[in-house]
Design a binder for this molecule. Structure first.
Ligand code: NG6
Ligand code: CA
Length: 493
């Protein structure tokens, strides 16, 4: 009797405290995976994950660029409530205040071992950062037991990894200095010596050259610590796999944020030429390999059945993002945003509607699809509640428990969802309303569209590509959605 009871309690706690692996891809568009229309064979591992899990057709990241999207993901607070959450420079200070409740600190409270591997882009330290000493506060101050980071992005200095607060492979006799204000680098810049570059530029990215690729920002020293872009996927994957192996006793939370498929797109030579679409497509193939390695590790460690895997992206797709890597020229029939308009940087659906798959054997029915409106803002509270952590209303303030939607139980999804790209738009059911102003259009930051004083209204069910503005026909809907945006901005609902 007692044994049966204990067994039952044990099953429950396993059920309610699954390991969690959150695979967060950078700049991956809705249409960049085969299951959403990309060429067959491009993403076999993502397809496998989908065949074992639940695919979302209407899931959204919280903003159309990296920093605000990640800020919201981790803190459950809309980035527009917090100053300084725009795309962060490589020497930005910690944007999330130490001690803030996050997915990591919530799960840590529940007894999880927590780790982040990959792109951070949420700032580090406090005041001028000394890259040669212990860099703190960092992820440890918001609940991560372990971190191995790209501090900002692949295209921003410093081009080094930071593990547990220290630059990896740093030779103390060759200290690192970083500046985003003045030139400190005496070696030729990307602007001066384009002939030294293996990848040309279209915009920006013309300062310090590292590994034949020029970057945003100035950096000197740290030669032995500088990464080789073509090896980043291997390095990050090794770290993620070893975190899983070490913590297989569980429960653990791994936030694995890839550099792929962000610029500079420099996949390992194993993947070069594999997509027929040049570096951007090959980076998708590399990204898919990474996913495969994670799934393989879970299988090998016997963790597949006890692990909730979430696969998604931080913002929509972009083609030319500042490097001349032929993303446009070699695109062919591929549609990075699927049927949706625009991509990264945009308030159109392509900016935030991203691929999302959830796998959790026994709880999520394999090979299913949901059209529920889902916002990544809800991931933090959903996981905290799942782990049984009590949080106050001030913590994870904009995040709601969306477990039913996350595991594909009949659920309506969010009744409204805000989409941030500087200014806001909102989805309510099939309505999509964009406030007056302008936003980026197309698959890059280069072209913009200006809205009239009523903004723009679309019915995304019949017009997923947001081609026909029906604001003039529905002034009542415009007024209602506009008021709702104002209310969300002013109040925590
Ligand atoms: C832009 C960069 C772009 C990319 C982006 C951030 C230029 C011209 N463009 O400023 O390349 O780094 O910032 O992308 O420098 S994100 O996905 O991290 O938000
Ligand atoms: Ca991004």
């Amino acid at each position: 009797m007692i044994t049966a009871l204990l067994a039952c309690v044990a099953t429950m706690s396993v059920a309610h405290r699954p390991n969690v692996v959150l695979i967060y891809i950078d700049d991956l568009g809705y249409g960049d995976v085969t299951l959403n229309g990309a060429q067959s064979g491009l993403t076999p591992n993502v397809d496998r994950l989908a065949s074992q899990g639940l695919t979302f057709t209407d899931a959204h990241c919280s903003a159309a660029t990296c920093t605000p999207s990640r800020y919201t993901l981790l803190t459950g607070q809309y980035a527009f409530r917090k100053k300084g959450t725009g795309v962060a420079p490589g020497d930005a200070n910690m944007i999330i205040d130490p001690g803030t409740m996050t997915i990591a600190s919530a799960l840590k409270q529940a007894g999880y071992t927590t780790g982040v591997v990959g792109k951070w882009h949420l700032g580090l330290g406090e005041g001028p950062i000394d890259w040669n000493g212990l860099i703190t506060p960092g992820p440890e101050s918001i609940g991560f037991n372990y971190h191995f980071l790209i501090p900002a992005t692949g295209d921003r200095v410093p081009t080094v990894f930071v593990e547990q607060g220290r630059v990896v492979n740093l030779d103390p006799s060759d200290p690192i200095r970083v500046s985003y204000k003045e030139r400190i680098d005496e070696s030729p810049s990307g602007k001066e010596r384009p002939d030294l570059l293996k990848m040309g530029l279209t915009q920006g990215h013309d300062q310090t050259i590292v590994n034949g690729i020029s970057r945003i920002g100035w950096m000197t020293g740290g030669q032995s610590a500088r990464w080789v872009d073509e090896d980043i996927a291997d390095t990050l994957t090794r770290k993620a796999v070893s975190f899983i192996d070490k913590n297989k006793g569980g429960p653990f939370f791994l936030y694995f944020a890839t550099q792929d498929i962000h610029v500079p797109r420099a996949p390992n030579k194993r993947f070069v030429g594999k997509s027929g679409m040049g570096p951007r497509g090959d980076a998708i193939v590399e990204m898919d390999w990474i996913v495969g390695q994670v799934l393989k590790t879970l299988d090998k460690d016997g963790l597949t059945d006890k692990t909730l895997v979430i696969f998604t992206s931080d913002n929509g797709p972009v083609l030319d993002d500042g490097y001349a890597d032929q993303a446009n020229e070699l695109l062919g029939a591929h549609k990075p945003a699927g049927p949706f308009r625009a991509g990264k940087y945009s308030r159109f659906e392509g900016g935030t509607r991203v691929p999302m798959i959830v796998r959790w054997p026994g709880f999520v029915k394999p090979g299913t699809t949901t059209d529920a409106l889902f916002g990544q803002v809800d991931i933090s509270r959903t996981l905290a509640d799942l782990a049984g952590v009590k949080t106050s209303a001030q913590e994870l303030p904009d995040s709601r428990d969306a477990l039913a939607a996350l595991i594909g139980k009949p659920a309506l999804g969010r009744e409204y969802l805000v989409e941030e790209a500087g200014a806001l738009s909102i989805r309510v059911g099939d309505w999509k309303y964009i406030l007056p102003g302008s936003t980026s259009d197309g698959l890059g930051p280069w072209t913009r569209v200006q809205f009239g004083k009523s903004g723009a209204l679309y019915d995304v069910r019949i017009d997923p590509g947001e081609t026909t503005d029906v604001a003039a026909q529905h002034p009542d809907v415009v007024a209602r959605l506009r008021a709702l945006i104002e209310d969300v901005k002013a109040n925590i609902r």
